[in-house]
Ligand binder design. Structure first.
Ligand code: AMP
Ligand code: ZN
Ligand code: FE
Ligand code: FE
Length: 288
């Protein structure tokens, strides 16, 4: 059979991507993917629309979600939950908590920006996130960054983070997160399979520290590791593949596509690398 490719990590307008869920699926079709998982931050609000379009276009689809857990700065610990049950009460509780954390943080960022002389309101931010159209839309810092760029306060999304929104920035506030233990528990109780997203973003000091963290997460229920990602160079993909194999973790791969909120990332391409169909099939098998 000819090679066939997939993407297991991408974002839509349900969170901080710029394409609607159905548009992400249509793009997947255009670029020749045969399998896709949508993994919006803190919400499954885009899943039904994406699944419907995937069914129409004959693309295989897996529901996903990405959540940020507590982790010491400067690292970040993101977990992907695949195959979560949209009807699960635990899933609703989890997404509700995470969105509450955002609802507490976002106005603080906006207020600080106003104090710094930036003309921005929560109404504009919510509109940017599409909350005026769909109240379930998740508001994230990239939405604020897009407004700052459009109004000329910064020249790029990256500059908006560097100057204002990232840790150390003038208007940085953290949001309340779940502990890794609770996050893994809640993904499992939502009947999902948990995967450690882009392990490089843990910013561990060395391989031994990375391995210890991965071992601890496995003890808490972690089932897989994202070995292919836009932030992973070839050496990192190889290293993580060996680590995942050593601990019998399921391996996944995705681009982390966000539409024009991350201009350098294309759907189906992770640092120039395509993601073989096999990654989709093994995940699907583990979920069945
Ligand atoms: P939030 O969920 O609101 O905390 O924002 C997280 C989103 O912002 C994710 O999509 C990140 O990839 C993105 N992000 C975080 N830091 C940066 C950065 N320094 N430059 C660009 N995007 C970033
Ligand atoms: Zn994002
Ligand atoms: Fe992430
Ligand atoms: Fe992501």
């Amino acid at each position: 059979m000819a090679s066939s490719f997939v993407d297991l990590h991408c974002h839509s307008t349900a969170s901080d991507g710029t394409l609607a869920p159905a548009e992400v699926v249509r793009l997947a079709k255009e670029v020749g993917l045969t399998g896709l998982a949508l993994t919006d931050h803190d919400t499954i609000g885009g899943i039904a629309e994406a699944r419907g379009e995937a069914d129409r276009l004959g693309i295989d689809f897996i529901a996903g979600i990405e959540i940020s857990a507590e982790f010491p700065h400067p690292g970040t610990l993101h977990l992907l939950g695949y195959g979560v049950d949209p009807e699960s009460a635990v899933l609703k509780e989890m997404t509700g908590k995470l969105i509450e954390g955002r609802d507490t943080r976002n106005p603080k960022i906006v207020q600080r920006l106003q104090e710094l002389g930036v003309a921005i309101t929560m109404e504009e931010v919510e509109k940017e996130a599409g909350k005026d159209v769909d109240t379930r839309s998740v508001v994230g810092r990239p939405h604020i960054a897009a407004i700052l760029q459009r109004k000329g306060y910064v020249s790029s999304i990256k500059q908006a983070f560097d100057k204002y929104l990232a840790p150390g920035g003038l208007a940085y506030f953290d949001k309340e997160r779940l502990s890794p233990r609770r996050a893994l528990e809640m993904i499992r109780e939502s009947r999902g399979l948990s995967v450690l997203a882009h392990p490089v973003q843990l910013r561990t000091e060395n391989d031994a520290q990375l391995e210890r963290i991965v071992k601890d997460l496995i003890d808490l229920g972690l089932r897989g590791m994202e070995v292919i990602h836009s932030d992973h160079d070839a050496a990192t993909v190889e290293k993580l593949t060996r680590l995942a194999d050593r601990y019998s973790l399921l391996k996944t791969g995705g681009s982390d596509f966000h539409g024009s909120n991350k201009k350098n990332i294309q759907l189906g391409l992770a640092n120039g690398r395509r993601i073989q169909r096999e990654y989709f099939d093994k995940l699907a098998a583990a979920l069945s």
